[in-house]
Design a protein around this ligand. Structure first.
Ligand code: C2E
Ligand code: MG
Ligand code: MG
Length: 634
């Protein structure tokens, strides 16, 4: 054990020890301190000792401390040296005087005493050296028959035993020191490994998505930058595929987030496998969205690749006893190295957005999307400025009672002119929704509409106004308080304020909106469901929320004269609405035939170009004045 460390200590001491050996041997043999003449035997012995010392030095300097035999060779050297010393008294003591014998033993004892400490990191060497240098000499003296030498020999034996005990103790101390040092080194190395592991973990957390283990968006960009730099000779184009899991929020809502997370994890596993088999790099782009980079030459290649992923992803994912088979939207973009990674990723993302709008499962980024995107940016930019400058105005379209052709209310429709061109509200409202501008714009519309209502009610107190509200606007926590503030400011009757919510938006957000609709009703305003028939609302929802009006979508009215089915639907819906106390408005009446048919269906009100297009506030008031005049004239 600890051979290396013990050899290190030995190496530090050995040259001194060997030098002392030589010096003492020379002293004993060469000097005339004992007054004897140097004999040949003594010279031979000296040569033998020098040879043994040379061997020991050779072992010390030739073999590295890592050599597993070095300590044993060292021990052999010690034993041979010990034996050489042991020969000395047995060969020469006969010719020595008592004084010489005593001095020699003292020198031997001194030499062994010094060596014990120096050799004690190899206990067997220390014991062997002490035993071989002192015990034979002591035994020779005990057996000499000279009483004074006998007692000297006895003392030598005792001293030898004491040195052996010292060797054991020193050896133990050295071992425990080496052991403590080894422990300290092990702790230091553990700490180093620990901190290295922690560093690795931190950098993994920075680069990877926690849930799937895929790269996150930031490190994906760095990875693709490297891939692009490698310059693939065979495939020159960069393909980016964006994947969106359809309606994952429904899974979260219906079963809990752990099921949604499970699906995301499984999709991540599939993509990691794909990366192993194809030369691709996948990342988690956002919540339920993923992005993949692949090098291709043609569009066909990327379509083939998408078909493969689609197949692998279109499976049931099971957790507990819930089995879900999600659907996906894929968007892709192919470009050369000149386009930035961010832009390429965004293009693939825009392709998915377009796919969702047109219900296309695999959609390519094309010039149409590019133009739409440019238009979107252009509108967003100007919309912001227009909201700040309150650069909008309202048109009002009459909603007329079928039974007597009297104006019952007006739908307030926002108008915006940009660079002298009318922009359709259907277009800019969705841009405002997309870019978080709708709440501010919605407040402006509420203010303008209710201000107009207040003016109309001065002369026509029964007229109401229908205001379109977006779901995002409704979800805003300040919506109800702002509505109340504006109604109070212009002192309007809340019953004359109707809020129009489109059916599709209302149904797909019903859990969030129910409370808001209840609050609005508590504030005294009326609720209309716009574009009715385009969504799938149930009679129970309409009844529970006490919806006041439904506006049957223009698409049903368009066909009412030619399609018996649409006519029957309109009649049935009207009857059903009446049973729960809801009024029915027909949208988009353009002809007398349509008007006649909706009258037969029992519809309460209508709106459409037949009666009037959306008009300015002044014209709306004029319509009301004309109607008043007609009544007077009757
Ligand atoms: P909507 O709420 O269903 O509004 C009715 C749309 O149908 C209006 O188009 C109106 O001009 C049009 N219309 C009415 N009668 C006829 C007809 O007989 N024939 C035809 N072909 N069209 C008719 P507009 O003003 O372009 O608004 C389109 C959509 O934009 C609205 O649909 C509504 O969803 C949204 N919108 C308009 N103003 C606002 C607003 O102030 N706030 C919000 N959030 N959305 C608005
Ligand atoms: Mg409307
Ligand atoms: Mg409508």
């Amino acid at each position: 054990m600890y051979k290396y460390q013990r050899l290190l200590i030995l190496s530090a001491n050995l040259p001194v020890l060997l030098a002392i050996n030589i010096v003492i041997a020379f002293t004993l043999v060469m000097t005339d301190m004992y007054g004897t003449v140097i004999g040949q035997e003594k010279l031979c012995w000296l040569i033998l000792l020098i040879s043994v010392t040379a061997f020991r030095y050779f072992v010390h300097s030739y073999f590295s401390n890592d050599n597993k035999h070095k300590l044993d060779l060292h021990f052999v050297g010690v034993v041979i040296a010990g034996l050489t010393w042991a020969f000395y008294p047995s060969l020469f003591h006969q010719s020595m005087s008592t004084k010489e014998t005593m001095l020699s033993l003292i020198i031997f004892c001194g030499m062994s005493g010094g060596s014990v400490t120096l050799l004690s990191c190899d206990l067997r060497s220390a014991i062997a050296y002490v035993s071989l240098t002192i015990f034979p000499y002591s035994v020779v003296l005990i057996m000499s028959g000279d009483p004074s030498l006998e007692s000297l020999g006895l003392m030598g034996l005792l001293y030898g035993v004491a040195l052996c005990i010292t060797a054991v103790k020193s050896s133990r101390i050295i071992f425990s020191l080496i052991d403590s040092q080894a422990k300290v080194e092990a702790i230091a190395s553990d700490l180093e490994i620990d901190s290295h592991n922690k560093d690795q973990k931190i950098s993994m957390l920075e680069q990877r998505d926690m849930l799937t283990g895929l790269l996150n968006r930031k490190s994906f960009i760095s990875a693709i930058t490297l891939i692009k730099a490698k310059n693939n000779q065979h495939r020159s184009l960069n393909g980016f595929v964006h994947i969106d899991i359809e309606k994952l929020h429904n899974v979260n809502q219906n079963y809990g987030h752990q099921y949604g997370d499970h699906i995301i994890t499984k999709v991540g596993e599939v993509l990691k496998n794909i990366d192993k088999f194809y030369d691709t790099c996948s990342a988690r782009y956002g919540n339920d969205e993923f992005t993949i980079h692949i090098k291709v030459n043609t569009e066909e290649e990327i379509l083939k690749f998408i078909a493969t992923i689609k197949k692998q992803l279109s499976v049931y994912f099971q957790l507990d006893n819930i089995r879900v088979k999600p659907d996906y939207y894929f968007g892709y973009y192919i470009g050369d190295d000149s386009i930035s990674i961010n832009q390429a990723m965004r293009n693939a993302y825009l392709a998915v957005t377009q796919g969702k709008k047109s219900n296309t499962r695999v959609c390519c980024y094309d010039t149409k999307i590019q133009e739409d995107q440019q238009r979107n940016q252009y509108l967003r930019y100007h919309l912001k400025a227009a909201i700040g400058a309150e650069n909008f105005f309202m048109n009002f379209q009459p909603i007329v009672r079928c039974s007597n052709q009297e104006v019952h209310s007006f739908e307030a429709l926002v108008r915006w002119k940009l660079e002298n061109k009318n922009i359709s509200p259907a277009e800019f409202i969705s841009v405002a929704e997309e870019h978080g501008l709708i709440v501010e714009l919605g407040q402006l519309i509420l203010k303008m509409s209710i201000e107009a209502l207040a003016d109309m009610n001065k002369t026509h107190p029964s007229i109401s106004i229908s205001i379109n509200v977006s779901v995002i606007q409704l979800e805003d926590d300040d919506f109800i308080s702002y509505l109340q503030f504006i109604m109070n400011k212009y002192s309007v009757n809340p019953a004359n304020v109707h809020l129009e919510i489109t059916e599709t938006a209302m149904i797909s957000n019903i859990t969030k909106l129910t409370n808001r609709i209840i609050q609005a009703k508590e504030a005294g305003v009326m609720i209309s469901v716009d574009d009715f028939g385009t969504g799938f609302s149930s009679i129970a929802v309409l009844r529970n929320l006490q919806i006041d009006y439904i506006k049957i979508d223009k698409s049903y009215i368009d066909n009412i004269c030619s399609c018996d089915k649409d006519k029957s639907i309109v009649s049935a819906v009207t009857k059903m609405a009446h049973t729960i106390g809801t009024n029915v408005i027909a949208e988009g009446i353009e002809t007398d035939e349509q008007l006649a048919l909706i009258g037969q269906s029992g519809i309460d009100f209508y709106q459409g170009y037949l009666f009037s297009r959306p008009v300015s506030f002044k014209e709306a008031v004029h319509i009301l004045e004309q109607e008043k005049q007609r009544k007077i004239n009757k």
